[in-house]
Design a protein around this ligand. Structure first.
Ligand SMILES: [Zn+2]
Length: 493
């Protein structure tokens, strides 16, 4: 594991682990605590590299930077989107022209096996975030982990040759994990990070997507039901199905039946047998739907394994881990597909998202989504209570309060304990803690005490670190101080 030598020197960590009374995963060797923060190039450019690093270290007790190196999204890069207040640091100006891409320097010769263009993000011409940040972070004895995610724009050159095919045979908007252009792009990016930045300390990748059944049902806090775009039915996926003995045509018919059921309910036609029984009948008659859901997940798991193997072939000592999407907290369907024990075979750490502040509004949205499909027989409040029972959150608030008040630190404690208990020894659990993730006007806003309590709860439940999320450029400094107060009181920095 990277940084062992440096971390071991920090005997204070050993003492803190003992003080917390948590069992070490390596007999006799207390796990080092990573206090991470996600941070994008814009913060270093706006505030000065040394200043930004000093701020997160001094205010938040941070010792590990998760630097956003590749994304076309606003979640982990750029400043705040217009409509959301800018925090009390950084340039007070909206970056409406944000595009994204690679915030380091892509080396085109490594991307010959993929159609997807390795675009340098145009935001900061001539600026390479890893080349700039790694030396300064190391001077301050901090680690730098490259953080890249499965978020593209449709106009990226060559993307059209990597996208999924939906149930109606139309090109989808997202990449097919079985398409060689997709796989080779991720592997080239891994190579590029590790070859071009030999002092980099590790990699984290994330994909906030789920399979076609969950997508059709709208079983997430994102967009609602999207049965018409269930995917993937591309030639690569159909071939994988044939090899697995799954009838692709029956799967397609099953997804079309799902679409008729969901669209019918949207049009106000509730089936005589109710929503749930009708759904279950479709599933029993066309079990290939479930087989297709598993097939999709297997494509994602193959990607995890391929990234892990490629990274470790080049840099065996550098940790590789995954950002696990917030839907894991809300939907039992997605949760069932995130098997921590199985992740153990291809993970050095897991950043399990446990954002409790924006978790309230997001859970309310999940309830609304599934209440329109699978759980249309229940009231929204009953749907929420089902979530609490099935997901094992006994102490959370009713539906009319969660959007305004968020979820509790107890939720963070329970999700941490579940992840620690479920994952094999040696896999570090670094819960994602939310600091000022944007929410609606009347919805829960992060307070310093929230961050303090969430960080404490994570460590008390056995976490091996935390990752303050989603990006420094949206965090208010007082809230960051809440994290610093917790980690100093706990003695982990
Ligand atoms: Zn496909």
């Amino acid at each position: 594991m990277v940084g062992r030598r440096t971390f071991v020197k920090r005997s204070v960590l050993a003492a803190s682990a003992a003080a917390l009374g948590r069992a070490s995963r390596l007999e006799g060797a207390p796990a080092p605590a990573a206090i991470g923060i996600q941070i994008g190039a814009v913060s270093f450019v706006d505030e000065g590299t040394a200043n930004a690093i000093a701020a997160v270290q001094e205010l938040g007790g941070v010792n590990t930077l998760f630097v956003a190196t590749f994304t076309y999204g606003r979640g982990i890069a750029g400043r705040q989107p217009r409509g959301t207040p800018l925090p009390d640091h950084g340039r007070q100006e909206y970056d409406d022209d944000f595009r994204g891409g690679n915030f380091a320097t892509p080396h085109p010769e490594l991307y010959r096996q993929t159609s997807i263009a390795p675009e340098k993000a145009p935001e900061h011409p001539g600026y390479d975030v890893l080349a700039d940040v790694i030396p300064e972070a190391h001077r301050r004895r901090m680690k730098v982990i490259a953080w890249f995610e499965d978020v593209f724009r449709p106009d990226v050159p060559g993307l059209d040759r990597a996208v999924e095919v939906d149930v109606h045979g139309r090109p989808g908007s997202r990449l097919c994990f079985r398409n060689a252009n997709t796989r080779e792009f991720w592997l080239a990016l891994v190579e590029d990070h590790l070859r071009s930045y030999p002092d980099l300390d590790g990699l984290m990748w994330g994909s906030e997507r789920q399979g076609p059944l969950n997508d059709a049902l709208g079983a997430s806090h994102g967009e609602g039901a999207r049965p018409a775009s269930a995917a993937c039915f591309c030639p690569h996926c159909l071939a994988a199905a044939r090899r697995a003995g799954i009838d692709g045509e029956r799967a397609r018919q099953g997804f079309l039946a799902l679409e008729r059921w969901i669209e019918g309910m949207k049009g106000g036609r509730k089936p005589a047998d109710g929503a749930f029984v009708t759904f279950w009948r479709i599933l029993v008659e066309q079990p290939e739907i479930l087989a297709w859901e598993r097939l999709w997940n297997e494509g994602l798991r193959e990607t995890y394994r391929a990234i892990y193997e490629r990274a470790h072939a080049r840099a065996p000592e550098k940790p590789v881990g995954w950002h696990l999407w917030h839907t894991n907290s809300f939907a039992p369907f997605y949760r069932a597909e995130q098997d921590y024990a199985a992740f153990g075979k291809c993970s050095d750490f897991l950043k399990v998202v446990m954002y409790n502040n924006c978790g309230g509004p997001r859970l309310a949205r999940y309830v609304r989504n599934v209440n329109a499909t699978l759980f249309a027989d229940l009231t929204p409040e009953e749907t929420l209570q089902l979530v609490y029972r099935v997901q094992q959150y006994p102490h959370e608030r009713p539906l009319d309060r969660i959007a305004q008040e968020g979820l509790s630190a107890d939720y963070v404690r329970r999700e941490t304990a579940r992840a620690v208990a479920g994952s094999p020894a040696g896999v570090k659990i670094w819960p994602g803690i939310d600091v000022d993730v944007p929410t609606g006007a009347s919805e829960k806003k992060t307070q310093p005490e929230d961050v303090y309590q969430a960080v404490k709860a994570a460590f008390e439940a056995g976490a091996h670190g935390v990752i303050l999320s989603r990006k420094y450029s949206e965090m208010r400094l007082d809230n960051l101080r809440g994290a610093g107060r917790a980690v100093r009181e706990l003695g982990v920095v």
